[in-house]
Design a protein around this ligand. Structure first.
Ligand code: FAD
Ligand code: DLZ
Ligand code: SF4
Length: 507
């Protein structure tokens, strides 16, 4: 039979990836390529590029060790390159006319790959990405005929299908969701251990030099670089989380402490999304920790919900609504992204801390992304394109399939309620309850209006007033709009004035 080429993308670093199952080790060739366009079409965080290139190089090496023929193209910035040009050259080099690839995570790349049959004259077989628990067809089937797509119901379906935390057909412990136990405020006695880190080996050191040389003007700190770059290390990170942070994951899931960027989160999204870890094994380990009495139900259920609930739901939404999803702007937001998202140069301590964590680590945990950085962009009315680009650039776990629905849907409500039943808008009181940021802030969280007041306070009400026509009919916002109606005209005017003057200065 004719020789095949298998393209393995940078976020498909699993030996069990479906494309590798479709080819023959003794005959076929694997192509992996560091691609200039891919690394520079947005200016990804330096750590993100470093992580991915190092993980790709380690993965290629492990494939060669296992007897595969691998054509690995290292970055050639002077030539420039795209997936298309790299494949075109490789097709000529290896004289192949058929290519197999696992379904890419992003619509943009899928579109490019689909053009190769006509543009490059090769047969292309795109096989399903079986790393996800819910296939795209299954998600479409689940979504069919539903008035609303809610993660909670999707999650229950998946739990039943997998038999995860299910006893005699019922949820373990009697409830599907233990979120009410998972909102503890932080306290100063909490000392969450850092995630496991690794000293860069020779491969990573070379990549660090490469990134330093070619991507020096990208956002973020390249060093210290401690991320796992192969499967063995990623498994150690997972084990370490299960042993040391999972037990308190639930209790402090929404808490934020200055100087504690990881809290009790798993910090495995880099590895899950790149293929170094598989969601099924991650869930199995968490369940095992519950069964051996190491971690309580609220922690394990909360964690499992993130992995098989949110992660799979978000991916399903992406593919169900793309490409239209990318241009949604239901609240007609127009503002430019404030420059402090890049510099951290703001007097609002919560935002400063979250930007600084992001710059250092290419990571911020969910509540920082949602309730601080995202909340501000929502309240200030920043255009979805600007917010999406920022999130895609700055986090090492960011790929459009997961970043876009989180930003356009969960944070900005720009999809008009496909992902979230109401906007996640909050005033300073929420941030003060869930963090210690306000104690070190130049603004006063208890003040509602005026130059000393916490901007989140007046921006929150101003947002509700600005979007009244679009939001007041949302049943989940009835109480809030009733409170607004009870506010005197004078108070409303003061809020609007404070917001206008703050936003004017921001520009
Ligand atoms: P944990 O809190 O320990 O959760 C465990 C795992 O659950 C994560 O590793 C992740 O795989 C999954 N998960 C949890 N929440 C979500 C979610 N909302 N969507 C999808 N998966 C979820 N996650 C990404 O992987 N890539 C992104 O680009 C991304 N962008 C985001 C942007 C915004 C505005 C928001 C609000 C969330 C975003 N998330 C993204 C989701 C979530 O914040 C990260 O997955 C999480 O912070 C990663 O850290 P962790 O591994 O410590 O997660
Ligand atoms: C994110 C990324 C970057 C920065 N660079 C590469 C690369 O050079 N080569 C590659 O194969 N993949 C890269 N990736 C990951 C791709 O963007 C990802 O595979 C697609 O977006 C599909 O999800
Ligand atoms: Fe953020 Fe307001 Fe608290 Fe300052 S006072 S840290 S701006 S929530």
């Amino acid at each position: 039979m004719e020789r095949l080429m298998c393209l393995v993308l940078g976020d498909q670093l699993s030996v069990n990836i479906s494309s590798l199952q479709a080819i023959d080790k003794s005959r076929d060739i694997i192509l992996m390529c560091e691609v200039w366009n891919e690394a520079s079409y947005v200016k990804h965080h330096k750590k993100k590029i470093c992580f991915l290139f190092s993980a790709m190089r380690h993965f290629a090496q492990s494939l060669v060790r296992e007897g595969w023929s691998v054509d690995y193209q290292t970055l050639a910035p002077e030539k420039g390159s795209s997936f298309s040009s790299a494949v075109e050259q490789a097709v000529r080099r290896h004289k192949v006319s058929r290519l197999v690839v696992t379904m890419p995570g992003e619509y943009r790349v899928w579109d490019e790959i689909r053009s190769w049959k006509s543009d490059l004259g090769i047969e292309v077989e795109i096989v399903e990405d079986t790393r996800f628990i819910c296939s795209l067809d299954e998600f479409k089937e689940w979504a069919k005929g539903r008035k609303q797509l809610r993660m909670e119901y999707f999650y229950r379906t998946l739990r039943k299908k997998m038999g995860v935390l299910i006893e005699n057909g019922k949820p373990t412990g009697g409830k599907w969701n233990y979120d009410t136990d998972n909102r503890k405020s932080p306290n100063k006695n909490l000392k969450p251990p850092d995630p496991l880190g690794f000293e860069p080996d020779e491969i990573t050191q070379n990549v660090i030099k490469l990134v330093d040389q070619h991507f020096y003007d990208h956002f973020g700190d390249l060093e210290p670089f401690k991320l796992a770059v192969d499967r063995e290390q990623a498994l150690q990170v997972l084990d370490h989380f299960i042993e040391h942070r999972l037990p308190l994951f639930g209790d402090y899931q929404d808490a934020m402490i200055q100087g504690q960027p990881w809290m009790y989160h798993s910090v495995i999204s880099f590895y899950l999304n790149a293929g170094l870890l598989n969601p099924r094994e991650v869930v199995e380990q968490a369940i095992h920790a519950f069964e051996r009495g190491h971690a309580p139900l609220n922690a394990v259920e909360g964690f499992v919900r993130q992995v098989i609930g949110w992660r799979e739901f978000i991916r399903g939404i992406y593919w169900l609504f793309m490409p239209e999803y990318k241009s949604m702007n239901a609240l007609s937001a127009t503002r430019n992204l404030p420059s402090f998202y890049w510099t951290g140069d703001t007097d609002m301590n919560c935002l400063k801390q979250c930007v600084q964590d992001t710059r250092r680590n290419a990571y911020a945990h969910h509540i920082q992304r949602l309730m601080v950085l995202g909340n501000f962009a929502l309240l200030a009315g920043v255009h979805p394109d600007e917010v999406n680009e920022w999130y895609l650039v700055v986090y090492a776990d960011a790929y459009e399939w997961v970043e876009l629905p989180n930003v356009t849907g969960m944070v900005l409500f720009a999809d008009g309620g496909i992902v979230a039943s109401k906007p996640y808008a909050a005033s300073g009181a929420y941030i003060n309850k869930m963090s210690d940021y306000c104690t070190d802030c130049s603004y006063e969280v208890a003040e509602k209006v005026g130059s000393e007041a916490c901007p989140f306070n007046y921006l929150y009400w101003d947002f509700l007033m600005r979007n009244k026509e679009k939001l007041a009919s949302n049943s989940r916002l009835t109480m809030i709009y009733k409170s607004l109606a009870r506010m005197t005209d004078e108070k409303q005017k003061k809020i609007q004035e404070s917001a206008a003057s703050f936003l004017q200065e921001l520009q």
